[in-house]
Design a protein around this ligand. Structure first.
Ligand SMILES: *Cc1c(COP(=O)(O)O)cnc(C)c1O
Length: 379
């Protein structure tokens, strides 16, 4: 019998080398196997919206696990219906489909946009436009609208009709009567925490309306309170046809969602799309708990207040500070080295690009954690 030895691994190497092992979390902190504490400004990549080991999430999880974890979408799931109603209320988009991740949400949105065009008899409307520097996920469809050579290499041919102009100023004219949908992140997270200028977003939205293309806003990273509003696009007065969500929605339990207008959603007729796990009682019960907490006005005000405090502090750490709420990026000469140095000092951050550092802490951090961040990184 083959016995695994410490240090050997049977995991594929797609994540590269991992040097740290995390065994426990508590609020804004993670603890490694040696008991060392880290101030967590990654939060599972903008996932652990309520911090680690939040009592309300733990309680919902344990109660739901003792009641019903999974039953399939052959049956009505009350927690799923409740969650769809809450998200409809918060977004103004009437219909929801649940899946298990961000890439699945965008994959479903791609299919919905194509299906909607086909249902209207617009068989030429097969193109999907995305922005330079975009990130929409890793399945082949979502990867096709993620124009990063390092991610796409070796996977060609990708989805035909995927268009990602090299320059932001060329996006509007790439949207034509052949475009089924344009996908947009209002702040590009993986792209370096880069807000898309409001006038560009307005021009894209207007162009979509003009030519009959759907506007899809990818709120996988920006959604669920991250920017100080439940949805970041509402801060910009945008009215998307489709919104995709995941990351923070389950507070760490995998769940994704696609929200759409009733008109667009009507293209998903029975059998048109599906997911075995999507919207199961466990994930939707937890998401209900997360949404109830995060959608409170006082909670979102807290995100904005601590976020403004964090923004003010970041000038001490780097240049070109951009972001909103509790989603920030700044520039340093060597982001990987900076993140590595932070690790030695007990701070978790992530590098997005050669020179950009991203901070997406849990939304429950306090000003004292910002002070702790700066103290640890500047001493
Ligand atoms: C993380 C992310 C995705 C992909 O989500 P996964 O859950 O990793 O599949 C898609 N879009 C955006 C904007 C993201 O930040």
């Amino acid at each position: 019998m083959h016995v695994a030895t410490p240090g050997s691994t049977h995991l594929m190497s797609n994540y590269g080398e991992r040097t740290l092992e995390m065994v426990r979390g508590e609020g804004p902190y993670l603890f490694d196997g040696a008991g060392r504490r880290y101030l967590d400004f990654v939060a599972g990549i903008a996932v652990c919206s309520l911090g680690h080991a939040h009592p309300a999430i733990a309680q919902t999880l344990s109660e739901q696990a003792k009641t019903l974890i999974h039953c399939s979408n052959y049956y009505e799931i009350p927690q799923q219906k409740l969650l769809s109603a809450k998200l409809a209320d918060l977004s103004g988009l009437d219909k929801a489909f649940f899946c298990n991740s961000g890439t699945e949400a965008n994959e479903a949105a791609l299919k919905l946009a194509r299906k909607y065009a086909a249902a209207k008899g617009e068989m030429d409307r097969v193109e999907i436009v995305s922005l330079p520097n975009a990130f929409h996920g890793r399945t082949l469809g979502a990867l096709s609208i993620t124009p990063k050579p390092a991610y796409q290499a070796g996977y060609q041919p990708l989805l035909p009709g995927a268009q990602s102009p090299a320059r932001l100023e060329d996006v509007v004219q790439a949207i034509t009567t052949k475009t089924a949908a344009c996908f947009v992140e209002v702040i590009q997270g993986e792209g370096g925490v880069r807000p898309i200028p409001s006038d560009v977003l307005q021009a894209i939205a207007e162009r979509c309306r003009e030519v009959g293309a759907l506007l899809v806003i990818d709120e996988v990273q920006t959604g669920v309170g991250r920017t100080g509003a439940f949805f970041a696009h509402t801060q910009l007065g945008l009215h998307p046809d489709i919104v995709t969500m995941a990351k923070g929605l389950g507070g760490g339990v995998p769940i994704g969602a696609v929200l759409a207008t009733a008109e667009v959603a009507s293209a998903f007729t029975p059998g048109a799309h599906g997911s075995t796990f999507g919207g199961n009682p466990l994930a939707t019960a937890v998401a209900n708990t997360v949404v109830d907490i995060v959608s409170q006005p006082a909670f979102l005000e807290h995100v904005l207040a601590v976020g403004a405090y964090l923004e003010g502090a970041l000038a001490q750490l780097g240049t070109d500070v951009t972001g909103r709420g509790l989603m920030w990026g700044f520039t340093v000469p060597d982001a990987k080295a900076y993140v590595q140095a932070g690790l030695q000092k007990g701070v978790l951050m992530s590098a997005v690009g050669e020179t950009r550092v991203r901070l997406v802490p849990s939304l429950v951090i306090e000003k004292q954690h910002v002070d702790e961040l700066v103290a640890l990184l500047t001493h």
